[in-house]
Design a protein around this ligand. Structure first.
Ligand code: PLP
Length: 434
């Protein structure tokens, strides 16, 4: 395994300095490289498909800030919109028209969303969505699925994916038992468990929340039967179906995962792309449900920086670009090429892998077992993944620093970049086969 310290001295020194004043040296645990060993790169700047570290090295970026940067970094239209917005002030604490303009774009793109409320992160979006589900139905029980991550909401931090999984703390200290007593965790893609739950609890379930395509245990797609059963049972028993599209929204298509799959949830959570790289989240859905939110209704939710004009401007510019110059067909082609390239390279190297992909989200799992849920994701050889990660890094390709995260292809990547990635993977897989 390559060590950051000798190869990247400025990043290593920056990390040591950060650790003295920031817990673990990072402001979000996924960034600490706990899943791959070594210490993290400190990023000095980013442009197009590239990140540049403190030591001046360049990397093809397959994280894209964990999803938002679908257009690549510093897209000129987004940069221009942000500069224009900043000149008009950073925050008003009063309504402004860009909030409505971004809301109109979201409503137009996602038919199940008739109204939308902006917040400042994906965590706030899911936290508010489950409060809304409880307020709307007058029930308490929330169903989630093992390996799905919905941000660090207390009541959803049970069997969570992403860095909660990488760091082995699915149930965090500090979350009182009372906070999770109304959360039921089921296995993803387990239709029978879902049917059993509704048979037992029928009229007690306020809502079911899930990533309709999971990114946070690595990429795991839903089965058709699972999705159909979910919709039928929630409808039958009056529970709200909540799609957490913080990662998949405007990523798997302009209409998100639900547009791709043809699904109609009651409530949808957004984040990441709708902020174009700035702090934004949102939740939206059926108008009769959304009108329960204060001040239209009694369910409280608020935020000092909610609907921030600079973040709204970045979101509007991003969605405008995605609509008028859609990258989705090319992202699909390029990501498909990465898949066939990586699988061929793994075969040649004799390394057993699974390549899971939907659109521009993908994961190479180091296991011979097909990955359909958290248990099968955990059959991966994470030590081998860690070695592969560093081999790729040393060849200028920056992958997610955990086996349990999805990689993202971005619209600024050219076919040549994809070819470079496949070539780097060929060498890296040979190296980790030994
Ligand atoms: N939901 C999903 C599906 C996510 O992937 C994430 C973050 O990765 C969140 C919610 C939380 O979003 P945020 O980190 O903006 O709070």
């Amino acid at each position: 395994m390559s060590k950051t310290t000798p190869d990247r001295p400025k990043s290593a020194a920056a990390f040591e300095r950060a650790k003295r004043v920031i817990p673990g040296g990072v402001n979000s645990p996924a960034r600490a490289f706990g899943g791959v060993g070594g210490s993290p790169l400190f990023i000095a700047r980013a442009e197009g498909p590239f990140l540049y570290d403190a030591d001046g090295r360049r990397y093809l970026d397959f994280i894209g800030s964990w999803g938002p940067m679908i257009l690549g970094h510093c897209h000129p239209a987004v940069v221009e919109a942000v500069f224009a917005a900043v000149r008009n002030g950073s925050s008003y604490g009063a309504p402004c028209e860009p909030e409505t303009q971004l809301a109109e774009r979201v409503v137009e793109a996602v038919p199940s969303v008739e109204m939308v409320r902006f917040v400042s992160s994906g965590t706030e979006a899911t936290m508010s969505a489950i409060r809304l589900a409880r307020g709307f139905t007058g029930r308490d029980l929330i169903v989630k699925f093992a390996g799905c991550y919905h941000g660090h909401v207390d009541s959803l931090l049970v069997s969570a994916g992403s860095s909660a999984l990488t760091h082995g703390v699915p149930n965090s200290p500090g979350v009182p038992g009372g906070c999770t007593q109304d959360t039921v965790v089921l296995r993803y893609n387990d239709t029978a468990a879902l049917a059993d739950l509704f048979a037992a609890k029928r009229d007690a379930v306020a809502g079911v929340i899930l990533e309709p395509v999971v990114g946070n245990m690595g990429l795991v797609p839903p089965s058709d039967e699972f999705r159909r059963t979910l919709r039928a049972l929630t409808q039958k028993h009056g529970a709200l179906l909540i799609y957490d599209e913080v990662m998949t929204g405007f990523r798997l298509g302009y209409g998100g995962a639900q547009g791709l799959l043809g699904d109609t949830p009651d409530v949808t959570c957004f984040g990441k792309i709708i902020g174009g790289g700035y702090p934004v989240g949102a939740y939206g859905g059926r108008a009769d449900v959304m009108r329960k939110i204060m001040p239209a209704g009694p369910v409280f939710q608020a935020g000092t920086l909610s609907g921030n004009p600079v973040a709204m401007a970045a979101g509007i510019a991003t969605l405008h670009e995605l609509k008028t110059n859609p990258p989705y067909a090319r992202l699909e082609q390029q990501s498909e090429r990465i898949g066939s390239g990586l699988l061929a390279a793994a075969r040649a190297a004799g390394v057993p892998v699974q390549f899971n992909r939907v659109g521009s989200m993908w994961t190479l799992f180091f296991t011979p077992t097909p990955v359909t849920d958290l248990d099968t994701a955990k059959t991966s050889d994470t030590a081998r993944f860690g070695r592969f990660f560093w081999e790729m890094m040393d060849r200028g390709v920056y992958l997610p620093c955990s086996q349990y995260e999805a990689a993202f292809t971005c619209g600024a990547m050219t076919d040549a970049h994809i070819a470079e990635t496949i070539a780097a993977a060929g060498e890296s897989l040979q190296a980790v086969a030994r």
